[in-house]
Design a protein around this ligand. Structure first.
Ligand SMILES: Cc1cc2nc3c(=O)[nH]c(=O)nc-3n(C[C@H](O)[C@H](O)[C@H](O)COP(=O)(O)OP(=O)(O)OC[C@H]3O[C@@H](n4cnc5c(N)ncnc54)[C@H](O)[C@@H]3O)c2cc1C
Length: 410
């Protein structure tokens, strides 16, 4: 999403904050290089991925040390206690620099608002400042081999033993779990309750004995995902977020924030790159290509406007005025449209060519579906919209009221 900057409308307080951010960035960050618009942003080895993760954490720590992390979070939890406009101004200014908190920006966007809503005061006081300073980096341990779209059927078992839960099970597709030092983990604590009612949400120290993280190596050489095996891992009951057996509520908050975050996009304009591609391939005057470019432009604008509405509500810790599933669905469909359009513009050169433009087209084409799956598939987002936004009858399911233990599992 691109941000239109108009500093002339700044109030004196906003102008003062903008000056502070400008001075901070000038002193601490490298201006964004004029990279080719066709540069591919992908890691080709595990070492490169780790370096990117750690660079992101270092940047987050610098923000924290300069009172620029958690701009809308309360001062007592390490934030600045500011307004959504603080975020907007920061993003406008930072867009000119080569800076990002990397992977942890995603889990902060998912978990911090969840903690503010569901965690105890002690938990907020412990976790929020440590997340904002990147001392704690948290991966998402939700999906299992038998529980993806139907997440509530998860089987990772937690049995209470005094002040601890003993957790045994397997998680999968856990992004950056090999680098993070904590995890947000969904466990089954009451197998006799219906599937949504026997789940507990805990925070787990990834160095706990019994946790084994196995990276899933991709053809690129890097491992975006991992399998995580838990064998009798002891987790303090004090790490439960929300109620015991009431973990579905914080899980839903995480998923909704995840949709909003993914839907917010990377800040880069795909339309601009597609327009340039059409220029390079000499098809900018082709009426069909022009029409498709107009579609890409319109989609990007709509995403920007809807994204801003949703994110500013989340920053005010209000219920978003639009269901974030619509944003996630729309960006996933836009990504497929852009990938296909790139291919259409480049033609056979897009498939077989070795030029920078051709490699960009191939990358976009291959990667156009990932976003349709991570954070909940398009079909799941459509179900969410049908039930939550349109008020249609719930998807029929024979297993919603049965004890989880009695539901057949593969
Ligand atoms: C890039 C990426 C990052 C990810 N990161 C994480 C992470 O950090 N942590 C984590 O826990 N997980 C992560 N995941 C996993 C992701 O959440 C799951 O892949 C996703 O929820 C789908 O689950 P599944 O793969 O088991 O597919 P399934 O649930 O088996 O779905 C298979 C197909 O059936 C369709 N389907 C299923 N149910 C329905 C239905 N009720 N109605 C209509 N169609 C349906 C789906 O849409 C899909 O097309 C990530 C995935 C990706 C791609």
């Amino acid at each position: 999403m691109t941000i239109t900057e108009d500093t002339s409308t700044d109030t004196p307080e906003q102008a003062e904050f903008r000056a502070e951010v400008r001075a901070f960035l000038a002193a601490n960050a490298k201006p964004r290089q004029e990279d080719s618009p066709f540069a591919i942003n992908a890691h080709t080895s595990e070492a490169e991925a780790r370096e990117a993760f750690e660079t992101g954490c270092r940047w987050q720590r610098t923000l924290f040390e300069n009172n620029l992390a958690g701009l809308t979070y309360p001062v007592e939890y390490g934030g600045r206690g500011g307004h959504p406009w603080h975020e907007t101004i920061y993003r406008e200014e930072a867009a000119r620099y080569d800076v990002s908190s990397g992977f942890i920006a995603a889990t902060m966007a998912m978990l911090l608002p969840t903690l503010m809503k569901h965690a105890s005061d002690e938990q907020k006081a412990y976790y929020v400042p440590r997340m904002l300073s990147a001392e704690i980096s948290i991966c998402q341990l939700f999906s299992e081999p038998g529980a993806g779209s139907d997440l509530a059927s998860l089987a990772c078992r937690a049995v209470r033993d005094g002040d601890e839960f003993v957790v045994t099970g397997q998680k999968v597709w856990n992004s950056a779990a090999q680098f993070c030092n904590w995890g947000m983990l969904l466990t089954r604590t009451d197998p006799d309750a219906p599937k949504h009612q026997g789940i507990t949400f805990v925070l787990v120290d990834m160095s706990s004995p019994g946790i084994e993280v196995r990276p899933l190596v991709q053809p690129t050489g890097a491992s975006h995902f991992n399998e995580v095996f838990l064998s009798e891992v002891r987790v303090p009951v004090a790490n439960v977020v929300g109620e015991i057996n009431g973990g579905w509520a914080p899980a839903r908050t995480v998923l909704s924030n995840e949709s909003a975050f993914i839907g917010g996009g990377s800040g880069q304009s795909l339309f601009e790159t597609l327009r340039l591609l059409a220029e390079r391939f000499g098809v900018l005057d082709d009426p069909v290509i022009r029409q498709e470019l107009a579609v890409a432009y319109s989609r990007e604008k709509v995403l920007g406007f809807v994204g801003d509405r949703i994110m500013s509500a989340i920053r005010r810790r209000e219920v978003p005025p639009v269901d974030p599933s619509i944003l996630k669905l729309f960006i996933a469909e836009s990504k497929v449209h852009s990938g296909n359009l790139g291919m259409r513009i480049a033609g056979p050169a897009g498939q077989a060519g070795g030029s920078e433009e051709s490699r960009w087209v191939q990358f976009e084409l291959i990667n156009r579906f990932g976003i349709s799956i991570g954070g909940g598939t398009n079909e799941v987002q459509r179900n969410n919209l049908a039930e939550r936004a349109l008020g249609l009858p719930r998807e029929p399911g024979y297993d919603k009221t049965k004890p989880w233990r009695d539901i057949p599992r593969s």
